[in-house]
Design a protein around this ligand. Structure first.
Ligand SMILES: C[C@@](CO)(OP(=O)(O)O)[C@H](O)COP(=O)(O)OP(=O)(O)OC[C@H]1O[C@@H](n2ccc(N)nc2=O)[C@H](O)[C@@H]1O
Ligand SMILES: Nc1ncnc2c1ncn2[C@@H]1O[C@H](COP(=O)(O)OP(=O)(O)O)[C@@H](O)[C@H]1O
Length: 269
C-alpha cells in the first residue's frame, strides 16, 4: 500500500500556558498543505524500515513509522512488513512531517490489514506518538488546542488560493523552541479572527515562536517580509520554524525569487 503523508502549516499559534507535565497548551489553526512524503508498506518475511530522500536524524528504530508499527502490532495480529519512506518534507521545519508519517502509517496499517480500528482509537494511538500527530488522522483544517492534540472543526476555506513555502534549511528543534517561550493568554480568539478577510490577519494572527526565533535567526524575518513584498495576503512562520509561508490570491511562481532556499508552491485544496 502506498500513501502520501502531507505537511501542515500553523495559521496562528498562541502558546497560552505551561502545563504541569512540562508541555504547553497552545491554540492554533492547523491547515494541510500538499508537500508530501511517500510511504510504502508491503508484507515481508521480517520487519524492516528503509528511508530514502532527505536524511532523517536517528536510526530505523527511532523513526516514527517504526514506532507506529510497533504500537499497533502490540494490540493487533500484524504480519511483518517492509516500510519504505521517501522523505521530501524538510525536517525540523515546523511542517509536522514526522507526525504525518506516523499518522499515515497508523491509517495505512488499519486499512491494509482491515483492522477496523475506530477513529477515536486511531486518534489515541497518534497522540501517543506526538502532539501534532492526531491532526493528521482526519487531516483537514482544524482549530487545535491543549497540547495541539485536541481539535475542533474550523470554518476556514482557503481552497483555490496559492501557497508558497520557503525553507531556509536550518533545523530548529521543537523542544528547544518551546524552552525559550514565556506563555501568555491570546489577545484574539483565532476562530473568530480567521473569519475576517485575509487582509486583516497580518496584525492579529500571530505565531508566538516568531518573537523569540526571529531575533536569533534574522533570515526568517527577512523571508517573511519578502513574501509580503511579493504580494502575499498573509505570511508567517509555521510551527516552531524554520519554514515560512505566504498565502496569495493568485498563482505566483517564486521559485526563482527564493532560489537559494528549498521552495514548495501549489494550490490549496
Ligand atoms: C510546534 C508545533 C506546532 O504545531 O509543531 P512543529 O513546529 O513541531 O511542527 C507542535 O506543538 C509540536 O508538536 P510535536 O512536534 O508533535 O511535538 P512533540 O513531539 O509532542 O514534543 C516535542 C517537544 O516539544 C515540546 N512541546 C510540544 C508540544 C507542546 N504542546 N508543548 C511542548 O512543550 C516538549 O518539550 C516536547 O518534548
Ligand atoms: N519519519 C520521520 N520524518 C522526520 N523526522 C522524524 C521521523 N521519525 C522521527 N523523526 C524525528 O523527528 C524530528 C523532527 O520531526 P519533524 O516532524 O520533521 O519536525 P517538526 O516537528 O519541526 O515538524 C526529527 O529530528 C527526527 O529525529
Amino acid at each position: 500500500m502506498l500513501v502520501f503523508p502531507n505537511a501542515k502549516i500553523n495559521i496562528g499559534l498562541n502558546i497560552v500556558e505551561k502545563r504541569a507535565d512540562g508541555y504547553h497548551n497552545i491554540e492554533s489553526c492547523f491547515y494541510p498543505v500538499g508537500w508530501s512524503d511517500a510511504l510504502e508498506i508491503t508484507v515481508d518475511e521480517q520487519f524492516s524500515f528503509q528511508a530514502d530522500g532527505i536524511p532523517i536524524p536517528g536510526g530505523a528504530s527511532d523513526n516514527l513509522c517504526t514506532k507506529a508499527y510497533q504500537m499497533i502490532a502490540t494490540d493487533y495480529p500484524l504480519p511483518p512488513v517492509k516500510m519504505h519512506l521517501l522523505k521530501s518534507i524538510p525536517i525540523g521545519a515546523g511542517l509536522g512531517g514526522g507526525s504525518a508519517d506516523a499518522a499515515f502509517a497508523i491509517k495505512a496499517l488499519d486499512q491494509h490489514f482491515n483492522l477496523k480500528i475506530s477513529f477515536e482509537k486511531q486518534l489515541d494511538y497518534a497522540r501517543r506518538l506526538g502532539s501534532d500527530c492526531a491532526f493528521f488522522i482526519p487531516n483537514k483544517p482544524a482549530y487545535c488546542f491543549q497540547k495541539g492534540d485536541i481539535s475542533e472543526d474550523i470554518e476556514l476555506n482557503l481552497n483555490g488560493r496559492w501557497i508558497v513555502l520557503v525553507n531556509p534549511g536550518m533545523h530548529i528543534s521543537t523542544a528547544e523552541a518551546y524552552s525559550g517561550i514565556i506563555p501568555k493568554r491570546s489577545e484574539f480568539d483565532l476562530r473568530i479572527v480567521l473569519k475576517e478577510p485575509i487582509g486583516n490577519w497580518k496584525h492579529k494572527v500571530k505565531n508566538d515562536f516568531e518573537a523569540t526565533l526571529f531575533p536569533k535567526y534574522p533570515l526568517l524575518a527577512e523571508i517573511k517580509e519578502a513574501l509580503y513584498k511579493q504580494g502575499a495576503g498573509y505570511a508567517a512562520m509555521s510551527g516552531s520554524g524554520s519554514t515560512l509561508f505566504g498565502i496569495f490570491d493568485l498563482e505566483k511562481d517564486l521559485s526563482k525569487h527564493f532560489a537559494e532556499f528549498v521552495v514548495w508552491q501549489g494550490r490549496l485544496d
